[in-house]
Ligand binder design. Structure first.
Ligand code: NAD
Ligand code: MG
Length: 352
């Protein structure tokens, strides 16, 4: 088992390994004075892992309730958030109790936001069951739900008290969801660790998944500790995301996030290389690894459409936009470019 310690505005451990679901009771108890827990989970994940988690906490004398919602991004809504809060109120949850988010990023973001706001804040634990949640959404404290006007438009920074990542839960994850997570895993190699990237290229990440998740979490932790509230360095985590958000929007969210990130990373790297900002050969190496993990490269939308979508994205500040540019494998920089120059980048990135 690996432990990564996060020292943000709240300090907590991220545990990664096998069998953590059945140890959850004692781990939760050790947070101190917890009598009542609510497991929040979707209708795919709860039937698979809800009972084992429940039994483990009951065995420690913790009363356990559950809140189960329909799986999918549509549940990351104000309506489900409100239902969850009303449920917590109806069973008299107090600020000394705890919420347990069992599932992917949808569950984590929804539960985190409810935990942050219910009675002005109650503790919560992340139990990620997707690769994406394990390496990204369960760590760092961004919580949110969606509005009709856009994704993640209401939320706050609120750190979990503990993260338990039982890698055995990934055994039931659909192949496409696993691949999407690989998009983010490869991103960490590109922004922060050439050796890690090389290992992804030479081996199958499934054979060293605990180490790989731990490496990603440690990289995210380092960035979050430098910039918890996302005003500077944390933007590095958005490598590949500017064009990805455009692809997601233009496809009406039919292209999954991880796939869009893969395309976005391939495009910005190709552009950076063409425009002389990146070491020659980087783009080929990235594309090879993306292909190896079954991820797509080509963006089928026009450069003009992607540039327009990126400009309305929240990362744009007025007439300039911040792009995350790779210099070489393992190193990216944040560069502010005039929004008018964005077209040049999309075209250099291979878009029509
Ligand atoms: P998800 O939570 O919808 O999970 C994907 C699908 O896999 C769902 O259908 C779920 O039921 C199923 N599933 C989950 N675990 C499973 C398992 N072990 N076995 C079988 N099926 C399983 O989506 P996701 O990709 O995990 O997360 C996406 C969400 O995360 C988005 O809403 C995104 O905005 C958010 N996100 C947040 C952050 C953050 O920092 N807070 C970072 C990245 C993404
Ligand atoms: Mg992402």
């Amino acid at each position: 088992m690996k432990t990564i310690h996060v020292d943000a505005s709240v300090s907590y451990d991220v545990l990664i390994g096998e069998g953590l679901l059945s140890e959850a009771g004692s781990r939760v108890s050790s947070l101190g004075n917890i009598k009542h827990a609510v497991i929040v989970s979707d209708d795919n994940v709860f039937p698979l892992y809800g009972n084992i988690l429940k039994e483990s906490m009951s065995a420690e004398g913790i009363a356990v309730d559950e809140f189960i919602f329909p799986h999918g991004e549509n549940s990351k809504s104000i309506e489900v958030y409100q239902e969850l809060l009303e449920f917590l109120c109806s069973i008299s949850m107090t600020r000394s109790d705890v919420l347990v988010a069992l599932g992917g990023g949808v569950t984590g973001d929804l539960t985190g936001f409810a935990a942050a706001t219910y009675q002005r804040g109650i503790r919560f634990i992340q139990v990620p069951t997707t690769l994406l949640a394990a390496v990204d959404s369960s760590v760092g404290g961004k919580t949110a739900v969606n509005l009709r006007g856009g994704k993640n438009q209401v939320g706050c920074f609120y750190q979990p008290s503990l993260v338990l990542c039982d890698i055995r839960t990934l055994d039931t994850l659909p192949e496409e969801e696993f691949r999407c997570g690989c998009g983010e895993v490869i991103k960490y190699g590109m922004i922060g660790d050439a050796g890690f990237f090389q290992r992804l290229a030479e081996t199958d990440v499934r054979t060293w998944i605990t180490d790989a998740i731990a490496a990603c979490v440690a990289m995210k932790r380092d960035v979050v500790m430098r910039d918890e509230f996302d005003t500077g360095d944390r933007m590095l985590l958005n490598f590949g995301h500017t064009f990805a958000h455009g692809v997601e929007k233009l496809s009406d969210f039919k292209v999954p996030h991880g796939m869009a990130v893969a395309m976005g990373m391939a495009a910005i790297t190709q552009a950076a290389e063409k425009l002389g900002a990146c070491e020659p050969g980087t783009s080929d190496r990235l594309e090879e690894v993306l292909k190896k993990y079954g991820l797509p490269l080509e963006i089928e939308y026009s450069g003009a459409d992607i540039a327009a979508a990126a400009k309305v994205d929240k990362k744009s500040t007025g007439s300039t936009i911040r792009l995350i540019i790779p210099e070489k494998i393992g190193s990216c920089v944040i560069r502010t470019v005039p929004a008018d120059e964005l077209m040049e980048w999309t075209i250099a990135g291979g878009m029509k």
